[in-house]
Design a protein around this ligand. Structure first.
Ligand SMILES: NC(=O)c1ccc[n+]([C@@H]2O[C@H](COP(=O)([O-])OP(=O)(O)OC[C@H]3O[C@@H](n4cnc5c(N)ncnc54)[C@H](OP(=O)(O)O)[C@@H]3O)[C@@H](O)[C@H]2O)c1
Length: 225
């Protein structure tokens, strides 16, 4: 059975990914708060971690290494929009910094710390949940207003491309999950979290055919970024 790590596993897209992958994999469900009890099963290992806490991430990775666990897939899903997730961020350096730490530095910290565990798998992969808001190709007034989020996802795309070069045995992609009905996406969004999770799992199932370091839409089309 494959071993998967999913960050931000307690709600939104991460929770649906966790439920879906746990049907046939062991999921290390990383969350900083409580995981919903009604979604728990024997395939889900809840690990309480704030991904910006590097010491906690390193400890988790060391435990994987000590037990010689092979991780087949890391999904860097956890992310934030800025402020209290409902506020437009214009000039707020502290909030913008937190967005960059959460959306770029922390996912790469998790990736780097679990690289040894990934390399123990036959065909390891890393998927970073990015956003179309982080593409130059789709830059508009709305994305510009939310510049810390947009710029952080653009930086995440570059970091994933760099990780793909630095770790050529780990198939690594960025994915736009769609506009999804979550706390971040809001009630008017186009997709249910379960639909987005299904699409992301479908992408993973053909990850060998995809170009490592590139960005894909949830529907499988390569994105111009
Ligand atoms: N929804 C959309 O339309 C949409 C579109 C494009 C991209 N995305 C991306 O999709 C991903 C998932 O977002 P979502 O829509 O599911 O949002 P969400 O419902 O707001 O969930 C965000 C998740 O990230 C976790 N998280 C944030 N900071 C964390 C930290 N420091 N440590 C650990 N966990 C942390 C949250 O945990 P807490 O519960 O503890 O806060 C929560 O589980 C994000 O990367 C987001 O940027 C979403």
């Amino acid at each position: 059975m494959k071993n998967i790590i999913i960050t931000g596993a307690n709600r939104g897209i991460g929770l649906e990914l966790t439920k879906l992958f746990a049907q046939d994999c062991i999921v290390y469900a990383l969350c900083r708060g409580d995981f919903p009890q009604d979604a728990l099963n024997d395939h889900i290992k809840v690990i309480k971690i704030d991904i910006t806490d590097e010491a906690a991430v390193a400890k988790f990775a060391a435990e994987l290494d000590a037990a010689q666990v092979a991780i087949d897939l890391l999904i860097n899903n956890a992310g934030m929009a800025g402020g209290d997730d409902n506020l437009m961020v214009k000039v707020d350096v502290s909030s913008a910094t937190q967005v960059f730490v959460t959306n770029v530095v922390a996912p790469m910290s998790v990736s780097l710390h679990v690289t040894n565990a990934l390399k123990r798998a036959d065909k390891p992969a890393m998927i970073a949940i990015s956003s179309r808001m982080g593409t130059h190709a789709l830059l508009n007034d709305y994305n510009a207003e939310w510049w810390p989020y947009s710029a952080s996802k653009a930086a995440l795309g570059m970091a994933v491309s760099a990780f793909a070069i630095n770790e050529p045995t780990v198939q690594s992609i960025s994915v736009h999950p769609g506009w999804v009905k979550t706390r971040m996406g809001g009630d008017d969004a186009a997709l249910e979290p379960a639909e987005s999770a299904r699409d992301i799992k479908n992408l993973y199932e053909r990850i060998d055919e995809l170009e490592s370091g590139s960005m894909y839409n949830h529907d499988g089309k390569v994105m111009d970024w």
